[in-house]
Design a protein around this ligand. Structure first.
Ligand SMILES: *Cc1c(COP(=O)(O)O)cnc(C)c1O
Length: 391
């Protein structure tokens, strides 16, 4: 008999009832150190007082009005995002995959309005993840996500990750944009080198293409900059954001330059819930913390400390781990043992990690994790690795 919850997930037999900072408390009382943050969502950890206050204040005043009216919290969050990034304008969504939908529509509409309606193709890369909507799965293109769901949305050209020559060769009269994650998340924490992001920006400029960055996982302070592309010293034309921006409340956004957004006039796109007062009140509180240079400096300091300790862990468990990679507090441990065995051994030792492709386990802790949490993380990962070795 089919479970009452549609069984699209293989769930671990864990049921958390409370969160405190980087810690999750299981129904049986056990405390787990959360190095997953709900897959890079709880950027300020669990039950952060500022977020609890922002949400409960807003909840006692007004939950929802439609986008037919002005929404001050939405305006405030848009102003913060515009003030801190390349963007001139923002559209709010409830998720990353909805941000992908709009990014694709916006790019196509831009060329349509320019009188270049033939420019519809978007270049993407293997190992990428852009969400589970029809556009999202077609954009990523992997068989795992698309099989059985055809006919797929057309207009995506899939290239090998890191193949710059392939990009140049793939550009035609039909090409509209390049879409890429600055650090692949689901693909196994694969960072795009700064030089390559710069080259992609240059290719877009030389060919009149739009650069769409998917910062749904790597954005919002995760890599130690507010947005990951800042490390490369480039800016996109369109950027997808979600996950961390709501700190656990469902919220996403598409950020764009005035030029790239120029086709999106009144009536061309919409969302019932996107940008609602609850989500935007929380988003403002997240931004007030994460956009603070002192906060980001702390993220970088802690990332350096964690990474250094992980190098030691790898040296002690060469049968289990191969390397650490990633950026800031978006780290991947490439495993020699099966990554799922390491994740499960982590559960036994009350530390939560997230599996990814390429036999990697992801460490995406709350950006607020403490020095003590870091020490505890390494202790527990060490115990998990020892357990895997003796299995
Ligand atoms: C999670 C993710 C998405 C999809 O976001 P949802 O909120 O799950 O729809 C898109 N792109 C990237 C890079 C992601 O990590």
């Amino acid at each position: 008999m089919i479970p009452s919850v549609l069984p699209t997930y293989n769930r671990a037999p864990l049921s958390f009832v409370k969160g405190e900072g980087a810690w999750l408390i299981e129904a049986d009382g056990r405390r787990f150190l959360d190095l997953g943050s709900g897959i890079a969502v709880n950027a300020l950890g669990h039950a952060h007082p500022a977020l609890v206050q922002a949400l409960t204040n807003q909840a006692s005043n007004l939950w929802h009005v439609s986008n037919l009216y002005e929404i001050p919290q939405q305006q405030a969050l848009a102003d913060k995002l515009v003030g801190n990034t390349f963007a001139d304008t923002v559209f709010f969504t409830n998720s990353g995959t909805e941000a992908c939908e709009l990014a694709v529509k916006m790019a196509r509409k831009y060329f349509y309005e320019k009188g270049e309606a033939e420019k519809v193709e978007i270049i993407t890369f293997d190992g990428s993840f852009h969400g589970r909507s029809s556009a999202g799965i077609a954009a990523a293109g992997s068989e795992k996500m698309t099989k059985g769901f055809g006919p797929l949305l057309g207009g995506f050209v899939h290239l090998t990750f890191g193949d710059l020559d392939g990009v140049t060769n793939a550009i035609s009269d039909k090409t509209a944009a390049i879409m890429i994650e600055p650090v692949q998340g689901e693909g196994g924490i694969r960072p795009v080198p700064d030089a390559e992001l710069k080259a992609l920006r240059q290719i877009c400029d030389d060919n009149g293409l739009l650069l769409i960055l998917d910062e749904v996982q790597c954005g919002v302070g995760r890599t130690g900059k507010l947005f990951a592309h800042e490390w490369a010293g480039i800016t996109p034309d369109i950027m997808m954001v979600a996950k961390g921006i709501g700190g656990g409340f469902p919220l996403g956004a598409v950020l764009a330059t005035e030029e790239a957004a120029s086709g999106m006039t009144a009536g061309t796109h919409g969302s019932t819930y996107g940008g609602n007062p609850l989500g935007c009140a929380v988003g403002c509180a997240v931004m007030d913390h994460v956009a603070d240079p002192d906060f980001l400096a702390e993220v970088n300091r802690k990332a350096g400390l964690l990474r250094q300790k992980l190098e030691g862990l790898i040296a002690e468990h060469p049968e289990v781990f191969e390397e650490v990679r990633g950026s800031g507090l978006m780290l991947g441990l490439k495993c020699k043992a099966a990554n799922i065995d390491v994740v499960n051994a982590g559960y036994d030792n009350q530390v939560i990690t997230v599996p990814a492709a390429d036999n990697v386990i992801r460490l995406l802790p709350p950006l607020t994790l403490t020095n003590e949490d870091i020490a505890e993380a390494v202790t527990r990962l060490d115990q998990a690795a020892t357990q895997v070795e003796s299995a």
